[in-house]
Ligand binder design. Sequence first.
Ligand SMILES: NC(=O)c1ccc[n+]([C@@H]2O[C@H](COP(=O)([O-])OP(=O)(O)OC[C@H]3O[C@@H](n4cnc5c(N)ncnc54)[C@H](O)[C@@H]3O)[C@@H](O)[C@H]2O)c1
Length: 390
Amino acid sequence: MENILNIGIIGVGNIGSAHASSIYRSDVPHMKLCALCDNDSERLKKIRAAFPDVPCYSCASELIESGSVQAVIIATPHPAHPPIAKLAFESGLHVLTEKPAGIDCKSVRGMMEAAKKSGKLFGVMFNQRASNLFRAAYDIVHTGGLGELRRVVWIITNWYRKQAYYDSGDWRASFGGEGGGVLINQAPHNLDLWQWICGMPKSIFAKCEVGKYHDIEVEDEATIFAQYENGANAVFITTTGEYPGTNRLEISGTKGKLVIENNKLVHTSISVDEREFRYTEEQFKNSEQKTEIEGVRYNGHTLIFENFARAVLFGEELIASGYEAVNELTLSNAAYLSSWTGKEITLPMDDELFARAIAERAKNSRYTSKVTRESEIIVAYKDKWNTSWS
Ligand SMILES: NC(=O)c1ccc[n+]([C@@H]2O[C@H](COP(=O)([O-])OP(=O)(O)OC[C@H]3O[C@@H](n4cnc5c(N)ncnc54)[C@H](O)[C@@H]3O)[C@@H](O)[C@H]2O)c1
């Protein structure tokens, strides 16, 4: 059919099988599941049984070269995203990669070059961009509703994970296997939203704490201090070890502030910009106006898929372009480099320097994951993987 995008999924583990299930049962109006690939033979048996009429492959290049799809979704462990995406672009396919696009900016820039050369679409699964609250925050900031940026504070500590999570895959929790911890696995959504809404800071200073709560080789807590060109500061705190956690984003500007917490956005605007008000003769009174927006329940994954399909088929603008994926990765790469060197990192950072540093860590990795759980085909991804407001 002309108005349907034929899609293949490469990497059919936890999230890949959830994506396969939702596209298979037609949750995404303009996508059809036409091929699946996983390089684990045991896993492939389960996939064949769950999706009997969908052709399955054991190697990404076989699926890519099969001629059965126009686009691929990549849902393998993160270090494999860039080489598979490059191959797909070189074979004339559109690519929607899971987040993070890769583990270092250098390889993601390689994906961007391949995408540009191919002329095909490059999307990334930043599903939280589909939230009406973050969209509203983006609109308020980008239309000048907060005035000039003063401060950003994001406490995002509700990414709680148990040890069993880290033990659920041999690639998890090591520099060799996944290239980092909470900053590279869970927080990319928030790092992306932060830069999407507020723009990129000029410098990063961070402390990334390795194995603070879990028996792992990578950080399960990170605190980032960032500074913007105009002097505005930002603090970003994340962990997988705190329970109950918090998800509170506060953005302050010269014309007011907005807070997103507990599935609600509260925008408080003031009548006179603080920079003007500061020098007025009047009493200390600046009239405040409050606007509240409730969060609407959403399935970010299917919304991003439908948007991607519509972008390919009808030229709709991508909600999350792969070309922007390098920004959140710049923030996490700089945070690691800062933590490893004890220095403040000025952006744009030296991608080559970071690529060498992470390769060195991967080479010296001594961590072996204790895989204790057999993975199942996920029919519907749990809500807790969406924005959780607890
Ligand atoms: N956007 C989201 O909400 C979200 C949620 C979970 C995971 N993710 C991302 O999805 C990716 C996968 O995570 P997961 O939890 O599903 O991992 P997983 O280990 O459950 O699944 C990965 C699958 O990829 C397969 N695989 C590995 N290398 C491959 C290769 N070269 N070719 C083909 N198959 C290969 C593995 O056998 C496995 O079945 C990660 O990058 C993760 O960050 C995103």
